[in-house]
Write a protein that binds this ligand. Structure first.
Ligand code: AMP
Length: 452
């Protein structure tokens, strides 16, 4: 992928480099990749439109407290990954590391409580986290986010999961959903105290990072990948056994809906996700093709229910909500692994060629007329040689070339060349746009009819 994150190196500021480069973990997305990005955007627009989600465009900067309160102070994101600074006016602000807390802030700020519930919102934005760059992990990356705020109905949990699954499928990426329930905060509290007891009993076997987790956020021990943890985790109490009837019912319903919708899932009792705001359902989507470094699995996206977040940020109590975020760079890696990247080569119906200075001058406007008439037309005005221009027309698979030379400019005419047969005809320059537009339309209808 162009603009891969660079290998570990001394911080740029410390190194005097002669040429300027992107910062570590940041990258340019070059035109070569645009066809894939456009496909991703089209699929997202189509999907969210069908499910009645409205697009929200969020600011890149927020008051730091939106994330400190919304995401949780003991999370990796808030503890070590945020780009935070104080601006010239003394205000502490943060480049958004994730979208859910922002959406919750927006829901409250704009009184969306008064709209029909749930309010369904989607976003496609760039997020920023100060993580160690590696394959599929950047410091600036794109996410598609889906949030349904204002309902605790389990059908919405299933619908959001189905949407993320379908999004990947529509892009040619097969996934499996890992799913778990974290219960409500009260249940989790009781469970965490049991979990803490268990791991305290095995404290000698824990590494430094895990000992810290045990102190600050014991739930995170469940997604620890440190040596020896697999075994310890297997013997740990499982949250699912602590769920009360209401929570169990909710979870069962979600699973039943997923069965109905034929979304493949695996129950994963160790899935806790890194954010504090989740309640009940949490899930992660994993590509069936490994896309991480050395064939490891990387999550393409994930999400969960966050019934406590809106009240936590000052909104009305009992505002149920569920959301998901998909990492678009990772989805693109998965598209590559699945061989479903679209062809980036531009093709056109018509190619405009000009020969000589007078033709070039007149040609600028004629080209615009084609474009305004909705004709898919290409050009190479920087080239003067006709052969070179026809070669480009050929590469772009144009079925018609328009040729304007010195003589045609004087006569008020222009040449239409059939690219396949090589036959040429001279027509009135004033009529060329409508003649060509009609011809292309007829060709398309004929091609469609022959297919049917
Ligand atoms: P999260 O917001 O942490 O739940 O992440 C949701 C998805 O965003 C992940 O599954 C990844 O696909 C993607 N993601 C998260 N962090 C990064 C990153 N640093 N670089 C690229 N993608 C990321």
């Amino acid at each position: 992928m162009p603009g891969k994150p660079k290998a570990e190196a001394a911080p740029k500021a410390a190194k005097k480099s002669k040429t300027l480069e992107t910062l570590r973990g940041f990258r340019d997305i070059l035109p070569d990749e645009q066809a894939a990005w456009e496909k991703i955007e089209d699929v997202a627009r189509n999907l969210t439109h069908s499910y009645g989600f409205g697009r929200i465009r969020l600011p890149a900067l927020e008051a730091t407290s939106v994330f400190e309160r919304g995401v949780g102070k003991d999370t990796d994101i808030v503890e070590k990954e945020m780009f935070t600074f104080v601006d010239q006016g003394g205000v502490k602000m943060t480049l958004r590391p994730e979208g859910t807390a922002q959406v919750a802030r927006a829901y409250i700020e704009h009184g969306m409580l008064n709209q029909q519930q749930p309010v369904k919102l989607w976003y496609m934005e760039q997020f920023f986290r100060h993580e160690r760059p590696q394959a599929g992990r950047y410091r600036q990356f794109w996410q598609l986010g889906l949030e349904a705020v204002g309902s605790d109905d389990p059908v919405l949990d299933a619908q959001i999961i189905l949407m993320t699954y379908s999004f990947c499928k529509d892009l040619g990426v097969d996934t499996i959903v890992n799913i778990n329930s974290l219960g409500t905060p009260a249940i989790r509290k009781a469970y965490i105290s049991e979990l803490t007891k268990y791991f305290k009993g095995h404290a000698k076997k824990l590494g430094e990072t895990d000992l810290k987790r045990l102190q600050r956020n014991p739930l995170r021990l469940l997604d620890s990948k440190e040596d020896g943890m697999e075994e310890l985790k297997a013997g740990a109490p499982q949250l699912i056994e602590y769920l009360d009837d209401e929570n169990k019912q909710h979870f069962m319903k979600v699973l039943e809906y997923l069965d109905e919708a034929e979304v493949p899932y695996t129950l994963n009792p160790f899935l806790v996700r890194g954010l504090d705001y989740y309640t009940k359902t949490v899930f992660e989507l994993v590509s069936t093709n490994p896309i991480g470094e050395n064939g490891s699995q990387l999550a393409l996206g994930g999400g969960g229910r966050y019934d406590g977040l809106i009240p936590l940020l000052g909104g009305r109590e009992a505002t149920g909500a569920i959301g998901a975020a998909l990492g678009l760079e990772r989805i693109m890696l998965a598209m590559k692994a699945a061989g479903s990247m679209p062809d980036n080569k531009r093709t056109v119906d018509v190619f405009f060629c000009q020969l000589g200075e007078a033709a070039r001058r007149k040609g600028l406007k004629i080209f615009e007329k084609f474009r305004q008439a909705g004709v898919d037309v290409g050009e190479a005005f920087a080239k003067g040689n006709l052969k070179a221009q026809l070669e480009i027309a050929d590469k772009m698979k144009a079925s018609v070339a328009i040729i304007l030379g010195q003589k045609e400019v004087l006569d008020g005419t222009i040449i239409i060349r059939d690219m396949e047969a090589g036959a040429q005809e001279i027509v009135d320059v004033e009529k060329v746009v409508s003649i060509v537009a009609k011809r292309i339309q007829d060709e398309k209808i004929a091609a469609k009819n022959s297919k049917e």
